[in-house]
Design a protein around this ligand. Structure first.
Ligand SMILES: [Zn+2]
Length: 356
C-alpha cells in the first residue's frame, strides 16, 4: 500500500512531479511472505520502499581507469568479431564535465539526496571487485545520504575479474560469492557479465553465480555486450544452475536494437526481466520503441529501467519516462515498472541470516 506520506514524498520531487505525477495508481505488487529488500544497513519490507522508483543498476564507485578499461575491452571484443569502427558504440554515457562525485564522498552523498528529491526511493550499486570500486566509499556515501542502497555482489566480466578467478574451481567461486553476499552484505548478484562471445571463465562464473543464488536466494542481473548476443546463453546458464528465470534480469538489452524485439520477448516468455538500464541520455531514442513494443506485447511486468550512471541518478525517471509517456505509455504502467517491478525483482526470502 502507498501511504499518503509516501505519495507526498514521491510527488515532492519538483522535476518528477512536474513530469509524472506518480503515486496516483494503487500499488499492485505482492511479495512472498518474509521477503525483504536487503540494503547495506538494514533489511526493508518491500512495502517500505513503495514511495518512489528503485533503480536496479547504477554505480557509486568505479576505479579512475574503469572507463578506459571498459572501452578497450568492448572495442577489442567488437574488433575481434570484425565489426567496422562505426558500429562500435561506447558503453555507458560519458560523464559530464566538472568534479567527479566518485572521488568526493560529500558530492556523492549529495547526488544520492538529489535523486531522492526527484523520486528515487532505493538504488542498487552494481560495482564489483576488480573494477576498482571502493566499498568503504559506497558505504559512507549511502550513510551520509540516508538513501537506501543495495549492494551488488559477484564478478563482472573476464577482463575485470580479480586475477585469482581464472584458477578457482566452480565450488571455490560459489563459496567466495556467498562470502561476499554475507559480508557486504549484498542484496543482489550483479552486474554479472560477458561480452557477445562468452569465454570459458565467464561461463564458469555464471554457473557459480547460479549456485550462489540457490544458496542465498539473491536475484541476479547481468551485463551483455553490444549487441547483446549472449543474452539467451546467459539465461540458459543461470537456469541450468538452478535459478528460476523470474529471479533474473538480462541487462543492457537496449543495445539489442531489433524492432521485432524477438530476443526480448523470448526472455519475457521464459519469465525473466529485460533490463533497459542505460537510460536517461543520448541512447533513449533508440530504446523507446523497444520498450513500447514490449508493453504492446503485454510484457510490462518484465521490464526494468535504470541508468547505469555514475551521477545524475534520477535521469531514468526525470528524462526517460517522459519520452516513454510521449510515445504512448500510460503513467500507471510506468509507475508499475519503476516502483513495483524493481522491488519484485530485488525482494527475496533470505536463506541465510543477515550477519552485518
Ligand atoms: Zn553497469
Amino acid at each position: 500500500m502507498t501511504t499518503r506520506r509516501e505519495l507526498l514524498q514521491w510527488t515532492g520531487g519538483a522535476a518528477a512531479s512536474a513530469i509524472l505525477p506518480f503515486g496516483m495508481a494503487a500499488q499492485s505488487a505482492t511479495f512472498p511472505k518474509g521477503a525483504v529488500i536487503r540494503t547495506l544497513f538494514k533489511d526493508y519490507a518491500p512495502e517500505e520502499l513503495a514511495g518512489g522508483a528503485t533503480l536496479f543498476h547504477e554505480h557509486l564507485s568505479l576505479g579512475p581507469d574503469f572507463t578506459n578499461r571498459f572501452r578497450a575491452a568492448a572495442a577489442a571484443v567488437l574488433a575481434a568479431q570484425g565489426a567496422p569502427p562505426a558500429q562500435r558504440p561506447a558503453g555507458p554515457p560519458p560523464a559530464p564535465a566538472g568534479p567527479d562525485p566518485m572521488r568526493d564522498v560529500d558530492l556523492m552523498a549529495e547526488e544520492l539526496r538529489s535523486a531522492q528529491r526527484d523520486g528515487v526511493a532505493c538504488i542498487v550499486d552494481a560495482s564489483l571487485e576488480g573494477s576498482g570500486a571502493d566499498f568503504d566509499f559506497i558505504r559512507s556515501a549511502a550513510m551520509k545520504s540516508g538513501l537506501p542502497v543495495v549492494k551488488g555482489a559477484g564478478f563482472y566480466t573476464e577482463p575485470f575479474y580479480p586475477k585469482e578467478v581464472a584458477a578457482m574451481s566452480e565450488d571455490d567461486l560459489v563459496r567466495a560469492l556467498v562470502r561476499q553476499a554475507d559480508t557486504y552484505p549484498a542484496g543482489v548478484f550483479g552486474e554479472i557479465g560477458s561480452w557477445d562471445e562468452m569465454t570459458a571463465v565467464e561461463r564458469k562464473v555464471f554457473r557459480a553465480v547460479g549456485k550462489a543464488h540457490v544458496a542465498t536466494n539473491l536475484a541476479v542481473f547481468t551485463h551483455t555486450g553490444i549487441p547483446g548476443k549472449a543474452a539467451i546463453e546467459q539465461l540458459d546458464l543461470l537456469e541450468d544452475a538452478g535459478v528460476d528465470p523470474k529471479r533474473v534480469c538480462i541487462g543492457h538489452l537496449g543495445n539489442l536494437n531489433d524492432p521485432n524485439v524477438y530476443v526480448h520477448k523470448t526472455i519475457c516468455r521464459r519469465g525473466a526481466f529485460v533490463g533497459f538500464d542505460r537510460q536517461g541520455g543520448n541512447g533513449d531514442a533508440n530504446v523507446v520503441p523497444l520498450v513500447i513494443a514490449l508493453l504492446d506485447a503485454g510484457f510490462a511486468d518484465h521490464v526494468l529501467i535504470s541508468g547505469d550512471a555514475s551521477r545524475g541518478y534520477a535521469r531514468p525517471v526525470t528524462s526517460f519516462l517522459p519520452k516513454l509517456k510521449a510515445a504512448g505509455a500510460d503513467e500507471a504502467t510506468l509507475q508499475r515498472i519503476m516502483v513495483d517491478n524493481s522491488r519484485r525483482f530485488l525482494a527475496f526470502v533470505p536463506k541465510r541470516a543477515r550477519k552485518v
